[in-house]
Design a binder for this molecule. Sequence first.
Ligand code: PMP
Ligand code: GLU
Length: 396
Amino acid sequence: MKILSSKNSAISSSMTLAITAKAKQLKQQGVDVVSFGAGEPDFNTPENIRTAACERITAGGIGYTEASGLPALKAAICEKLKTDNGLDYKPSQIVVSTGAKQSLFNTLQALCNPGDEVILPSPYWVSYYELIKLADAVPVIVETSAGSGFKPTAEDIESAVSEKTKAIILNSPNNPTGAVYDKALLEAIGAVAEKHDLYILSDEIYEKLIYGETHTSIASLSPDLYARTIVINGMSKAYAMTGWRIGYTASSEAIAKIMGNIQSHATSNPNTIAQYASIEALTGPQDTIEVMRKAFDERRLEMVKRIEAIPMLDCVVPKGAFYVMVDISKCIGKTFAGKVISNSMDFSAALLDDEKVAVIPGIAFNADRYVRLSYATSMENIIEGIDRIGAFCSKL
Ligand code: PMP
Ligand code: GLU
């Protein structure tokens, strides 16, 4: 048999999805697992949104829509971007996709030529790295550390720029670190993008889940930044709609056209029922967002307090999203059940095996001295799960 695609054979599977699925499977088998894996709200999708979907199913009219999304949904997205982010877009600049993941895929496909470099601050969300490779481009990592709250400086970004650099990926609030980039930092990074003529992919999917800081969309800072930024957002996190699979981009018309064309062949329109439900999400009452945000905030503080009480662990207080990066450096080199814990995979595997707690190894985010815990889970799980992690650490 001839060899399979070399490029695609080199793509790894998503560790965040794999571990979340494994924890769910163990639970179904009756194992008492506490999962901190899932990067998805544990709340139900708000009732008005579910009702809108049911009404659409009853009414019918669930055929294909325009490949790049329903005009009425694009109009609702434009309205949202204006109200929340101070951004003026026409519906022709919006592409609605099957989750923000497809939006990111489309964007990188639309921008990159083989060998182009894309700057990626690290720790980074697992899929960016592979999505850059899928676009035949090369990820160029900019390391950040806990000491700087996992935020790069504009100088760090600039030192990674080469003649081949095409774009920078920004993700604030950040998955996995919870870092939030303030206006001054975004202006400084924006100046680097302007100086070197770079595109900016601004993944703002966690914009509503922010604690004591303000979200700024880099595209709103100047007409030049507006022109070179592709805003990526979606329904999954703010509206607890992960399974509905609706994300979107806002960009120049030229980029939107390429993305719409790609999508018209790859998947056609995103799910029609979910698109109608998303119109209700964006235009209906918004109060459930605040209810969920407050609950996440309480869980965040509880989780951080409990982690800080475990002598073997450290963490930086996250300012957004729903994750805590836990520094396991003090556990590395210790022995558990006769085996040395050499890295984040060893730690996570032993923890799951021994105490039945699922966490995401930091290696998924290029941070092998960390594990990521999601606090999109109940307070009871947080208390029980961190107790178990504490018990595990004391056995090392
Ligand atoms: N960006 C980030 C930073 C994420 O954490 C996620 C989570 N899945 C996504 C994009 C994609 O979300 P979705 O495809 O569910 O819209
Ligand atoms: N983004 C979430 C996470 O990081 C969901 C899983 C995924 O899409 O990777 O856990």
